[in-house]
Design a protein around this ligand. Structure first.
Ligand code: FAD
Ligand code: UDP
Length: 375
C-alpha cells in the first residue's frame, strides 16, 4: 500500500479516490462498521431512509465540488426549510433564519422589507468588533430576538453561552428582511438521489482502493507498511492528548419511526430554542423525497464528551480552544508523511462541501509533490 487513510468520511473517501486515480494503492480504514462517516445513511426498520448521525443537507457555492461529487451520484434538488418554536406551550412556529415573516408574525406587524430593515435598525445593539457569537446576534437582531431564538438554543447545543463562542458560530445564520425562508442560499442545493452511503460506495469502488471497516488506527498502525498516512480522526487523539484534550461537543441521536403517519411536521427541521432537551427534530422524508406510508424523525440531544459512549461531533470554536489546536497543528505540520484532514483532524467547523474542497486541495498538493519527485 502507498497510503493509509484513517476514516471513511468525506475527507477520507475523496482523498482515497483522487489518489487511486493517480495510480496509488490506498487502504481506507474506519473504526465504525460502515463507510460515509457522519454522512452515513441507511433504511431504518420501518423502511425509511434516515441519517444515522443527524440531518445532512448538501449545499455549496463551489461548482468544482458539486461537479466532482456528481461523478458518483445523481441529485434530488432540495432546499431546506426550518421553523423555530421559541415557546413550546403555544407551539407557534416561525421561519428560521429570522425573516420578514418571522418579525411580522411574532410582533403582530405588517412591515414591508424597508419596514423590517428599519425595525431591525431600531432593535439591534451595534457592536464593534464582532468578536463573540453574542456580539454577532445582538448586533444584527437585538436582545429580544436573541433571547427567543439564539440564547437558549446555543446554551443547549454547546453547553456554553453565546458570549463564550467565536462569532463565526452564530454568523452561520443570516438575518433577512425579505420572505426568503430557505435555510441556505447556496448556488447548489441538493441531496444525493440514492443517499450518501450509495454515493460513498461508488466513490470507493476503484481497483486501487481497499476498504476495511471496524478497524481502528491504533490496531493497525504497527502492522501497516504504508509510506504515507492521511488521518481524519481527532488530531489530539493522534498525539495521545499530549497537550490535553481538545474540547468537542457530542450529541445523542434519538431516532423514531412512526408507522401510521405520512408526515409529522411541515418542514424538514423544527428547532426548539427554549424547551425540551433536544435542539431540533428532523423528519427525513422532507429531505429525501421518499414516499412511504410511515415516517421517521430524529431528535438531537446535545451532550458533553464525558457522557457514556459520546462521540466527538463538533469542534467548539473559541479563542482558548483555537490556541490549544494551534499547538497540535504545529506538531501536525512538522510531520513529513502524515497529513491531517477534515472536521476533527483540522478542528474546524466544516460543512461537507468544505471538507471535499480541502481533500481536493490536499490531493492536488500530494500529486504535484509526486510528479516533482518523479521529474
Ligand atoms: P467524519 O465524517 O467524522 O469522518 C471521520 C471518520 O474517521 C469517522 O467515520 C470516524 O469513525 C473515523 N475515525 C476517527 N478516528 C479513527 C481511528 N482512530 N481509527 C479509525 N477510524 C477513525 N454538513 C453539511 O454540509 N450539511 C449539513 O446539513 C450537516 N449537518 C450536520 C449535522 C450533524 C449533527 C453533524 C455532526 C455534522 C453535520 N455536518 C453537515 C458536517 C458534516 O458531518 C462534516 O462536514 C463531514 O461529515 C466531515 O467529514 P470528515 O471526513 O471530516 O469527518
Ligand atoms: N442557532 C441558534 N438558534 C437556531 C439555529 C442556530 O441559536 O435556531 C445558533 C446555534 O449556536 C447553532 C449555530 O447557530 O449552533 C449554528 O447553527 P447551524 O444550524 O448552522 O448548526 P449545525 O447545523 O451545524 O448544527
Amino acid at each position: 500500500m502507498d497510503t493509509l487513510i484513517v476514516g471513511a468520511g468525506f475527507a477520507g473517501a475523496v482523498t482515497a479516490r483522487e489518489l487511486a486515480e493517480a495510480g496509488e494503492r490506498v487502504l481506507v480504514i474506519d473504526k465504525r462498521p460502515h463507510i460515509a462517516g457522519n454522512a452515513y445513511d441507511r433504511l431504518d426498520a420501518g423502511g425509511v431512509l434516515i441519517h444515522e448521525y443527524g440531518p445532512h443537507i448538501f449545499h455549496t457555492n463551489s461548482e468544482k465540488v458539486f461537479d466532482w461529487l456528481s461523478r458518483f451520484t445523481a441529485w434530488r434538488p432540495y432546499e431546506h426549510r426550518v421553523l423555530a418554536v421559541p415557546d413550546a406551550r403555544t407551539g407557534q412556529a416561525y421561519p428560521m433564519p429570522i425573516n420578514r415573516t418571522t418579525i411580522n408574525r411574532l410582533y403582530g406587524l405588517d412591515l414591508d422589507e424597508a419596514g423590517v430593515a428599519a425595525f431591525l435598525e431600531r432593535v439591534r445593539e451595534p457592536r464593534e468588533p464582532l468578536r463573540t457569537s453574542e456580539d454577532v446576534v445582538l448586533n444584527s437582531v437585538g436582545p429580544d430576538l436573541c433571547d427567543r431564538f439564539f440564547r437558549g438554543y446555543t446554551r443547549k447545543q454547546w453547553g456554553l453561552e453565546l458570549s463564550q463562542l467565536a462569532g463565526g458560530v452564530a454568523a452561520r445564520i443570516p438575518t433577512r428582511t425579505n420572505d426568503d425562508d430557505r435555510y441556505f442560499t447556496d448556488r447548489f442545493q441538493a441531496m444525493p438521489a440514492h443517499g450518501y452511503t450509495a454515493m460513498f460506495e461508488r466513490m470507493l469502488d476503484h481497483p486501487n482502493i481497499s476498504v476495511r471497516t471496524g478497524v481502528a488506527y491504533e490496531n493497525i498502525v504497527a502492522s501497516c507498511d504504508c509510506r504515507r498516512t492521511v488521518f481524519t480522526g481527532p488530531v489530539d487523539e493522534y498525539y495521545g492528548h499530549r497537550y490535553g484534550a481538545l474540547p468537542y461537543r457530542s450529541l445523542r441521536f434519538e431516532h423514531e419511526h412512526l408507522p401510521g403517519q405520512a408526515n409529522v411536521q411541515a418542514v424538514g427541521t423544527v428547532n426548539y430554542p427554549n424547551d425540551h432537551a433536544w435542539t431540533r427534530i428532523t423528519e427525513f422524508k422532507h429531505l429525501t423525497g421518499q414516499r412511504h406510508a410511515g415516517t421517521s424523525i430524529v431528535r438531537e440531544i446535545p451532550q458533553a464528551m464525558d457522557a457514556p459512549g459520546a462521540e466527538p461531533y463538533y469542534p467548539i470554536p473559541n479563542p482558548a480552544n483555537e490556541a490549544l489546536y494551534k499547538r497540535y497543528q504545529a506538531l501536525a505540520e512538522a510531520e513529513s508523511d502524515v497529513f491531517f484532514l477534515g472536521r476533527l483532524a483540522q478542528y474546524r467547523y466544516y460543512n461537507m462541501d468544505q471538507v471535499v474542497a480541502a481533500a481536493l486541495a490536499l490531493t492536488q498538493r500530494l500529486r504535484q509533490g509526486a510528479e516533482a519527485l518523479a521529474a
